[in-house]
Design a protein around this ligand. Structure first.
Ligand SMILES: [Zn+2]
Length: 214
């Protein structure tokens, strides 16, 4: 696909960004392109972007430099992506990247980003958030089978007895013997999210617990 070209001259961009102090997003909306395009134009035209280096004589505009503690909290503690942080501050991803470098906050590697992706994938498909978890399941472990197990267990968690409504999402399906390929009905039970988390630890105990209960 051919990339669409937007025509915005250096003069125009200076007028909008420097003189009128519009944000990249506002300019992007005016032109009908995305913020990243404006960010690239600013770089190409050598217009100093406002994050980190406000041009002399220009008052601080709407965005502010992200304080180190704040950035650390977002990026390290909350594990937001650079893109997510940039959206909160109305700046672009590369600026967040530069700021992380400046503050000497170690950025995540591609492998770590991939791990985070897989963790979210696991959570969103009813797993416990362990990366790679859901890639190991057999093909027969699908939503129809999961629903069958929930029905068998009367839509209640087999440990604490809470209902699917109380769980505020569909109940997870747990493999009693921890073998994700063993999808026989005897090996599967419905659990709420917090009980399912518990079964990640003390596996021997939980295996015994379920074997003696059923
Ligand atoms: Zn439970």
């Amino acid at each position: 696909m051919q990339r669409k070209k937007y025509n915005i001259s250096k003069k125009q961009l200076q007028q909008l960004y420097v003189t009128e102090k519009k944000t990249m997003q506002e300019i992007a909306d005016l032109i009908g392109c995305c913020k990243g395009t404006i960010c690239n134009y600013l770089h190409n035209y050598n217009i100093v972007s406002r994050i980190g280096h406000p041009p002399k004589g220009i008052k601080m505009p709407t965005w502010k430099v992200i304080p180190k503690a704040e950035l650390y909290d977002f990026y390290v503690s909350q594990e937001l992506t650079m893109q997510e942080i940039s959206e909160q501050y109305n700046c672009c991803r590369s600026q967040v990247f530069k700021l992380l470098k400046k503050y000497k906050i170690v950025t995540r590697t591609r492998a770590e980003r991939n791990e985070k992706y897989l963790r979210n994938l696991s959570l969103s498909s009813g797993g416990t958030g362990i990366p790679y978890e859901n890639t190991e399941y057999g093909a027969e472990f699908d939503s129809a089978l999961k629903e069958k197990i929930r029905f068998k267990d009367k839509y209640k968690c087999k440990i604490c007895g809470c209902t699917q409504v109380e769980n505020s999402r569909q109940l997870d399906i747990h493999h009693i013997d921890y073998d994700k390929k063993n999808n026989s009905l005897m090996n599967l039970i419905a659990l709420c999210i917090s009980c399912h988390m518990k079964t990640n630890y003390n596996r021997k105990y939980w295996r015994q617990y379920f074997y003696s209960t059923y």
